[in-house]
Design a protein around this ligand. Sequence first.
Ligand SMILES: NC(=O)c1ccc[n+]([C@@H]2O[C@H](COP(=O)([O-])OP(=O)(O)OC[C@H]3O[C@@H](n4cnc5c(N)ncnc54)[C@H](OP(=O)(O)O)[C@@H]3O)[C@@H](O)[C@H]2O)c1
Length: 333
Amino acid sequence: MLGEKIVVVGATGLVGREMLRILCEEGVPLSNVMAIASQKSKGGLLDYGNSKLEIFDLSDISFEDYDTAFFSAGSDVSRIYAPIAADAGCLVIDNTSYFRMNDDIPLVVPEVNIAEARKFKNKKVIANPNCSTIQMVVPLKPLHDAFGLRELVVSTYQSTSGAGKDGVNELMFQTSEIVSGNSVKPECFKKQIAFNVIPQIDVFTDNLYTKEELKMMNETKKILDLYDIDITATCVRVPVVIGHAVSVFAKFERNVFLSEVVEVLKTFKGVQVVDDANSYEYATPVDVTSKNDVFVSRLRKHPTIENALSFWCVADNLRKGAALNAIQIAKML
Ligand SMILES: NC(=O)c1ccc[n+]([C@@H]2O[C@H](COP(=O)([O-])OP(=O)(O)OC[C@H]3O[C@@H](n4cnc5c(N)ncnc54)[C@H](OP(=O)(O)O)[C@@H]3O)[C@@H](O)[C@H]2O)c1
């Protein structure tokens, strides 16, 4: 991938900027990267290491001239332009939810199911999963292989950057207003996010789960290729800038032994175990910002429920939850 021509659609967004940072870290030359955003950003400049990258809009691009296209500009843009890029011969990696549950489109976390990425059926499009789902399935994969996953009860603690730059701006603005004694009116989120937590991410569906909760439940089954497990999710927005956390309760077919669990996780690529109650060692969102791995803490076997394990996992949602996962897929292909 390093020698290829790459286009980043949504380059001025939180995911797009992280993508540019990683491409630069990977040594991709500035001349091989095109940055696309909406019309209002056209002509502006973005940091690319110590250099600047000019911003274009979608009317400027001929996808024929590019090998890989990363999309993170929302579902509407992906719906229209991802097929155009794929037809022009680009490998498309899409960060939005638009293609994720399409049977013909692979939904890929490289550590878990990279083989799926090679099974293009109709189009050269690969979907990047939901951010909380990615970080949860990385530790679940080796645990499933070792003990046989049967049931999951999960709650998320998702940072405001998961809602893009508007989400982070709202947290910052509300925090300073409230500290100054002023009242605030929610705009990006449905309730005040500063000094609060909100048990709603994305819209409510007919069965009263939110769309984000259904994404976690359905995408986990597709990625792990496990359609007969029971999963319930509660997704919560918290006043954190970067880093999602997920509290996981998992039941398995076989008995789980903590020492084996730790061994299985420690030897799996992409997972770091940080877990020592005696010295208060556990991962928090602040600890994992700008890190690539998924951090697992608070591992404990349930005292009365058979074959049940609880743990806490944390990752940088903009990196492993989005930009890094997409770039890892492209590199592995
Ligand atoms: N944030 C996360 O943790 C995360 C994780 C996984 C997946 N995702 C998905 O990735 C996508 C982007 O998320 P984000 O957090 O980066 O959002 P964001 O910070 O709001 O950025 C949105 C990006 O889309 C661009 N854009 C909007 N309309 C466009 C158009 N018509 N043509 C071209 N570009 C357009 C924006 O350009 P302007 O700056 O010019 O408006 C900006 O670059 C979303 O679909 C999101 O669901 C996000």
